[in-house]
Design a binder for this molecule. Structure first.
Ligand SMILES: C[S@@+](CC[C@H](N)C(=O)[O-])C[C@H]1O[C@@H](n2cnc3c(N)ncnc32)[C@H](O)[C@@H]1O
Length: 214
């Protein structure tokens, strides 16, 4: 999902494996690799020194995008964090609405928080994909600000632009369905949080349509 030839910011880079791969494969010329903590940045330093690419990957201590300036980068990656934290990081950086910025997001949990943030703030999801590693399905979301004010169907935040004909996407969304259905059922059984129960039920109906594949 990263565009060729752009400068990338990798937020929460840890070992800087992803920006290192992008630079070494020739896909991008440079990257800014950021992390909240010093220890991961030391891991990142080891990686870029080992591969002799310290001149192409700048390491920065940064809470989210705080240490990245508008106009420094074109593509921004936030991978391997929870969806709630990912959405909070995006919310703090209003300049992401500048034209030409692309977001590549790989939330580990609560991807619905990321999609809800994007949809409510004028970002459009251009593409999503699912992949599997050691039995676990991971998803990536590619988005850009377009100012779009589309009305999305109920449950959209649980499947977004995943390909309904793809088995891994189906597996991922089915897992979300089970989680939300369980939540709805337990709220109904306890007779509490009527609004949330209604929200979960409407989402389940929407997700069922996605899972029908047609
Ligand atoms: C599980 S690692 C993910 C590493 C890599 N991005 C990947 O996908 O494999 C999460 C990293 O995010 C960093 N992190 C957590 N909160 C952060 C924040 N607010 N800003 C920047 N980095 C953060 C952690 O220090 C950690 O190194």
């Amino acid at each position: 999902m990263v565009r060729s030839g752009v400068v990338v910011a990798d937020i929460g880079t840890d070992h800087a494996y992803l920006p290192s791969y992008l630079v070494m494969s020739g896909k991008i010329p440079r990257a800014i690799a950021c992390d909240l903590r010093q220890m991961p940045l030391e891991n990142a330093r080891e990686t870029v020194e080992r591969y002799n690419i310290s001149d192409k990957i700048e390491l920065r201590l940064s809470d989210g995008l705080d240490a990245v300036k508008p106009n420094e980068v074109q593509d921004i990656i936030i991978a391997g964090m929870g969806g709630t934290l990912t959405a909070q990081i995006l919310e703090r950086a209003q300049w992401l609405k500048d034209s030409g910025i692309r977001l590549i997001l790989q939330p580990m949990t609560h991807a619905e928080d990321v999609r809800a943030f994007l949809c409510e703030n004028g970002f459009e999801i251009l593409k999503e994909s699912a992949c599997e590693d050691e039995g676990r399905v991971y998803i990536s979301i590619c988005a850009e600000f377009t100012g779009c004010k589309k009305k999305y169907p109920a449950g959209y935040e649980f499947y977004g632009e995943l390909d309904r004909t793809d088995d891994l996407s189906q597996r991922f969304v089915k897992k979300q369905y089970v989680r939300i259905k369980k939540r709805a059922d337990s709220l109904r059984a306890a007779g509490i949080k009527e609004d949330e129960a209604e929200y979960c039920e409407a989402a389940c109906n929407g997700i069922e349509r996605f899972l029908e594949r047609e």
